[in-house]
Design a binder for this molecule. Structure first.
Ligand SMILES: N[C@@H](CCC(=O)N[C@@H](CS)C(=O)NCC(=O)O)C(=O)O
Length: 197
């Protein structure tokens, strides 16, 4: 049994969706970013964290990678060419999707008001749309890496959903339709419907 620390409307959702896909039991503690509850597990107050026994793991992508390797699901095995390609897509998504969205969030509500430069958001939006088009070019199979779903798919779809919530421009139709199909998965819906506690 795992415990996910973090609210559903945060990067914690990636870990919850992953656990649902793998059929693993978990409870969720609905802690917001920088909340006292979050700081109990990660002094920086960042969410998500995952409790596995007495261990506290942090960073959504590190947690997904750990869970995938541990259970041998939603990943190519470590040390294979397939895994190197999967990791390349994962790290690309961190650079070109997550970091762009995070920068926009910082300049919207994370930074103190006097440190925000809202003008930067137009260029971040353009960059995100360009990255979405590049990602679409490599989307040939049902999943980013082909026939097998991996946690890179979870990361990509979470970022696409985040972009919608953040009021970013609409992504191209092909990627939008793909994300919609992924949102229709039972595991996605179960994670969304999860009641914390
Ligand atoms: N790279 C980290 C980023 C975690 C992160 O920044 N989470 C946000 C909420 S989604 C947060 O806790 N922000 C509070 C802060 O940065 O002070 C991950 O993927 O888990």
């Amino acid at each position: 049994m795992y415990t996910v620390i973090g609210s559903t409307k945060s990067r914690a959702f990636r870990v919850m969706w992953m656990l649902e896909e793998m059929g693993e039991d978990y409870i969720q503690i609905d802690a917001g970013p920088r909340s006292d509850e979050a700081k109990k597990y990660n002094p920086s107050g960042k969410i998500p964290a995952l409790l596995d026994g007495d261990e506290v793991l942090t960073d959504s992508v590190a947690i997904m990678t750990y869970l995938a390797d541990k259970h041998g699901k939603l990943t190519a095995p470590a040390g294979t060419i397939a895994r190197a390609k999967q990791d390349a897509v994962t790290f690309w998504l961190i650079d070109e999707f997550d970091a762009i969205l995070w920068a926009a969030a910082k300049h919207s509500f994370v930074f103190p008001e006097d440190k925000r430069v809202p003008e930067i958001k137009d260029s971040l939006k353009a960059e995100f749309i360009r990255a979405a088009d590049l990602l679409t070019e490599r989307l040939e199979g049902p999943y980013l890496l082909g026939d097998q779903m991996t946690h890179a798919d979870i990361l990509a779809v979470h970022c696409i959903n985040w972009s919608i919530g953040a009021g970013f421009p609409r992504i191209n139709d092909k990627l939008g339709a793909w994300a919609k199909t992924m949102r229709e998965r039972d595991a996605f819906k179960a994670a969304q419907a999860k009641v914390a506690g």
